[in-house]
Design a protein around this ligand. Sequence first.
Ligand SMILES: [Ca+2]
Ligand SMILES: [Ca+2]
Ligand SMILES: [Ca+2]
Length: 470
Amino acid sequence: MKNITRLSYASALFFLSIAVIFSSYSYIYSQEDSDIQTIEGIKLYDPNLKVELVTSGLDFPTTMAFLGPSDFLILEKSGTVKRVMDGKVIDKPLLKVDVSVKDERGLLGIAVSKKENSSNTKTTQNTDLTHNVFLYYTICKSKNTDCENQINKYELDNKNNALVNQKLLLAIPSFPDPAHIGGIIDIGPDNNLYFTVGNFQNTIPDEPYKTKTQNFEDGKPVDGRAGILRMTQEGKPIGEGILGNEFPLNLYYAYGVKNSFGIDFDPITGKLWFTENGPKYGDEVNLAEPGSNSGSDKIFGIWRVNEEGKKLNADDNEKGKQLKETNGKENGEFVTVMQDHPEDLVYFNGKGHYIHPEFIWDKSVAPTALLFFDSDKLGSQYKNDIFVGSVDAGRIFHFDLNKNRTGLDLQGSLADKIATDSTEYGDILFAEGFSIITDLKHGPDGSLYVVSGLKSKGEKNGAIYRIVPS
Ligand SMILES: [Ca+2]
Ligand SMILES: [Ca+2]
Ligand SMILES: [Ca+2]
């Protein structure tokens, strides 16, 4: 039963594969005009927009990064970095990494920065090395054991189309489970690397491994899991740590994060927003400040967790009764968290603080990429808004921000910041019918790019689409 009780890439992939095989749901490419294909099965809810296929035949693509217009790198979970130019996959991969691919492990995250090839430097520079490329992946020293999640820095040899000069920046031990790996990397407005690291365990683990960044005060020492971490592009800590000076606590920007596949920075305020996957309930969109604690593994959404990883019922046990009295308000039968400083979380001597979600899906959708759309190409109504992708039904959600950009502008049944189920999606549902959406990016051409990661047995049908004006 355990496999059914967690919603993860692996299990969702399994169910989606089955769904594709046993239903009439299929991807049919119909030729509309000479070189633009439209895709049946994908629904856009704005009649002024349409979807185009950019490239297909990929083996479970995870994340992408643009080098220039019509020129980007795409990762395949199995360990390959490919380059796509003008919609064509370049024959020779730029890199193959011998990653562990078990469940959610693999080649997961990429970020790219331009190299400064200043003409007035005295040192001889290889001007073919145009970009720094940062990759997040899982390496195991023996089969599925002795594993670590690494961030490595490479240089792009643009002439020879290769990633060279590998430098290991950070290695985080990855155990006990091949689940909740995180792996998304982004470069902040401060030019530093920000990346997500999950709690490395199934939603209901056989043997929970508890650390302080998962809000267990008596837990094991901090080891890099369950947060959003940051470091320089050379892999160095940034000044005094927000939560403390000891490595790796000094790398944490936020903690109490079970697993995140989406981070981005508001182009107006520079603030970091992220998605977080709950345990079958309580998926979140969050606004992070330095030292933010999202409450995992004890709170998801607004709900307290019981020993089975389910919402805590106030009458479950003494703990439930006590928390209901002292720490929460009753919302139906569950113990909810409404106040600003919930007890029994870890606050690192007052340096951390609890954050309430800005949005909650009660029934899990497994949110993935979060993107601020810094373009008005799709219409001024989308400029600087948030898009969020999901595993479930390949949906894209669209959120307006409030005037001060301190939260989302939610109306009607969403004004409580909670979508109880899909009947409340009306105002925020932008598109659906992709497969597992693993990434969303804003292209240099102003379009919204969608990485659709489905891989079914024997076929490589991961694809990249873009959404453009019709
Ligand atoms: Ca939270
Ligand atoms: Ca808007
Ligand atoms: Ca609601």
